[in-house]
Every structure is written in C-alpha cells, then in structure tokens.
Write a protein that binds this ligand. Structure first.
Ligand code: NAP
Ligand code: NAG
Ligand code: NAG
Length: 349
C-alpha cells in the first residue's frame, strides 16, 4: 500500500457513502418536485427554432423530424439518401414546419459534416438544436466476423459522425444558447452479447458527450438519448453483417432482440422531445432499461450471466440459434413486434 494515497482513498470512500446515505435521499424528492411542478412551466417553445437532425431519412430521426415539425420548428435534414430525405421534408412541411432544408451528406466525412452545419446556418441565420442521431448497427459474435476491417465503419459513423457535426455546430449553439442532443443507446451502458462493436461505439459517444457536458454544460444543454429497441430500419435487421457487408438480416435481428420488447418509434420520440424541451440530461426509453443500468453498476456479474444465458447458442436445423431466439420462436412472441418490423421494407434511393 502506498501510504501517501491513503487520505485520498479514505476521502473517496467517505464521499461515496455520503452520496448514497445523504445526497440521494435528499435530492430525489427535490428532483421529483422539480420534474412535476417546475420543468413543465419552463418547457422550451420550439416555434421558429432551427433544428438540424442527422440520420433523418428513416427511423428515429425521421419521427423526431415530424414531432419537431408539429411544434413549429424549422428543420435541416441530413442523411445520405436524398429521395428519402425529400419525402420526410414534404411530410414535415405538412405537419407544420415553417421551412425545411434537405442536405444529403455522409456524416462520417468531416468536410460534408462541416458543410451541412454551415449551409444550415447560412440558410436560416442560426442554429438552436443539433440532433446527432445518424447511426448504423451490427449484431454478430466477434469470433464469427470474417472481415474485421469493415467494422471501423461503426466508429466512423456512430462516434465520429456525431463528433464532426458537433464540432462545427458548437460555436453556433453557444451563440443561440442552444441544445445538443445525441442518440446513444441502452447498449452503451449495458454489455450485451453480439454487440461488441456497436456497444463500444455507443459507449464512446456516451462518454464523449458526458465529458463535453462538463466543459460546455453551462452554455449548451446536452441531452443524451439511450433508447432500447424501437422500430426503425435497424430493428428491421439492417446492419453490418459478419462478412462486413451492409445488408438486412431478419434472422440476425431475431437472434439479437430475442424476447426483448420493441417499442413504437412515435412513443420514444414523444418522450425524447419532452426530455429535450425540459433540458433533461438523459432520456432512457422504454423505462425497463433504467433499472438495468443500476444492476449493471451494482452487480455486473448478474447481467453478464443473463447475457450469456440468453445468447447461448444451440445448433438446430436452421443453424446456430441463441436461447432468446428459440424462446421467441417457440412462444410466437414475434407477433408482439410493431407491425412495421414484420414487413421489412427499407427505403432505397
Ligand atoms: N432502433 C433501435 O432500437 C435503436 C436503439 C438505440 C439506439 N438507436 C440509435 O438511433 C439512431 C437512429 O437509428 P434508427 O434506429 O432510427 O435506424 P435507421 O432507421 O437505420 O436510421 C439510421 C439513420 O442514419 C442515417 N445514416 C446512416 N449512416 C449514415 C452516414 N454515414 N451519414 C449520414 N447518415 C447516415 C441513415 O440514413 P442514410 O442511410 O440515408 O444515410 C438513417 O437516416 C442510431 O444512432 C442508432 O444507433 C437505435
Ligand atoms: C473488407 O471490408 C472492407 C471495408 O468495407 C473492404 O474494403 C474490403 O474489400 C473487404 N475485404 C474482403 C476480403 O472482403
Ligand atoms: C461488450 C461491451 O463493449 N460492453 C460495454 C458496453 O458499454 C459499457 C460502457 O457504457 C461498458 O462498461 C461495457 O463493457
């Protein structure tokens, strides 16, 4: 034992004890009071606000665009598929957005990210919210990967594709006292088998924005979304497959999701927009994922055991199938998936 470290070590342990025994019992009622009575009075009015959403061509980004539109916000929509973006733009105008800019771009490219932000500010004269939502998925066991270099794409899009637009948007957000919203994932906080790369990219995002909050939090509000499974093209099965190519594989999707419920995207976005307007630090939905984080923190071995059990593979006539997927098939629980997942149409461009 290095004795000069002892005072700090004692101090840290005493602090942890004080947080649990004193701070939490005192702060929880205050937080509940603020949430119930203070925040509703100070909800941000979005009329005329300028909101840039990346990954707006489908899924969560598309639905967020519609809900911002209903509140009267002006939108800049970014993703690679231009035709899909135009469709979303038209529907957003219908729902009440005063003006919508479509900007096709690949957010993993620093220059395209910069231009998306600059052109938005040039067009609208300001930027109030950046929603860094674009992302790709992958679900496969690490030891089954056949092309490892293809997986750098997950970091390029999920991590760097959030950081680049954030970098260029930050001065404008400071000027407007605006907000930064990032779409991480419940997978960023809880280790889940078959998601090592995705989990790592989402954990990187989470840590990055938590750190950024300590630097700019007094000027720019940061809301981190950590959704569980919700309907989108990702949960239709689109992602980087073990061979390295991007494809839709419903079987790999079933193997990943197993018996977990898949939420409706409208419901997630309602809760998310409410949290954003309140200035909440985190939005976790479906709410079943919240206790999961507590378990991960206090007893990581329990989650490790759960993940191992649910993803334990058995070789059947249809190939290697994890327990969760076999339960899904045996119980017919797939009928509970939102209808959009059962007819997996992916937008083409
Ligand atoms: N669905 C879930 O269960 C779930 C759960 C937790 C977190 N999330 C996160 O939610 C976010 C949105 O995903 P989603 O579920 O809505 O899936 P989605 O329907 O596949 O949407 C992903 C969006 O990202 C865009 N995108 C992908 N690569 C891009 C790139 N290089 N440059 C620009 N845009 C790109 C896609 O548009 P283009 O293909 O047109 O570029 C699309 O608009 C992701 O960050 C995802 O990780 C999803
Ligand atoms: C592996 O993936 C990378 C990136 O997508 C690609 O450039 C490369 O050609 C792939 N290699 C093989 C052997 O398929
Ligand atoms: C498998 C994996 O990478 N799990 C990680 C998911 O993210 C959290 C951090 O938020 C890590 O603690 C896990 O190890």
């Amino acid at each position: 034992m290095e004795f000069f470290l002892l005072p700090h070590s004692v101090l840290m342990h005493v602090t942890a004890a004080l947080v649990i025994l004193v701070y939490i019992p005192l702060s929880v009622p205050v937080k509940l009071f603020v949430r119930a009575f203070v925040k509703p009075l100070r909800k941000e009015d979005l009329r005329g606000k300028v909101v840039l959403i990346t990954g707006a061509s489908s899924g969560i980004g598309e639905e967020l665009a519609y809900q911002y539109a209903k509140e009267g916000a002006c939108l800049a929509l970014v993703a690679r598929r231009e035709q899909a973006l135009k469709g979303v733009a038209a529907a957003a105008l219908d729902r009440g957005a005063p003006d919508v800019l479509v900007f096709p771009a690949d957010v993993s490219d620093p220059e395209q990210s910069r231009r998306a932000v600059e052109e938005t500010v040039a067009h609208f004269g300001k930027l109030n919210h950046l929603v860094a939502n674009a992302g790709i998925w992958s679900s496969c066991s690490f030891d089954q990967v056949t092309n490892i270099t293809a997986f750098t794409k997950l970091m390029d899009v999920n991590f760097w594709g959030s950081v680049y637009p954030t970098y260029h948007a930050l001065p404008h957000l400071k000027a407007s006292k605006g907000k930064l919203i990032v779409c991480s994932s419940a997978a960023g906080t809880v280790a889940t088998s078959r998601m090592a790369f995705y989990n790592a990219s989402k954990a990187a995002q989470l840590r990055f924005y938590e750190t950024l909050r300590t630097e700019v939090g007094s000027e720019v509000g940061i809301t981190i979304l950590t959704p569980g499974y919700v309907e989108s093209e990702i949960t239709k099965g689109k992602g980087i497959q073990k061979t390295g190519e991007v494809a839709v594989d419903e079987d790999a999707r079933d193997a990943q999701i197993g018996v977990f419920p898949v939420g409706r995207v409208e419901a997630l976005c309602e809760v998310a927009l409410d949290g954003i307007r309140n200035g909440d630090w985190y939005v976790t939905w479906p709410s079943m994922y919240r206790p999961l984080q507590l378990i991960a923190c206090l007893a990581p071995e329990v989650l490790d055991w759960m993940s191992r059990t649910m993803y334990k593979e058995a070789t059947t006539t249809q190939g290697r199938r994890p327990l969760g997927q076999r339960i899904l098939e045996a119980t017919g629980a797939k009928r509970l998936y939102p209808p959009s997942l059962l007819q997996p149409r992916i937008k083409t461009d």
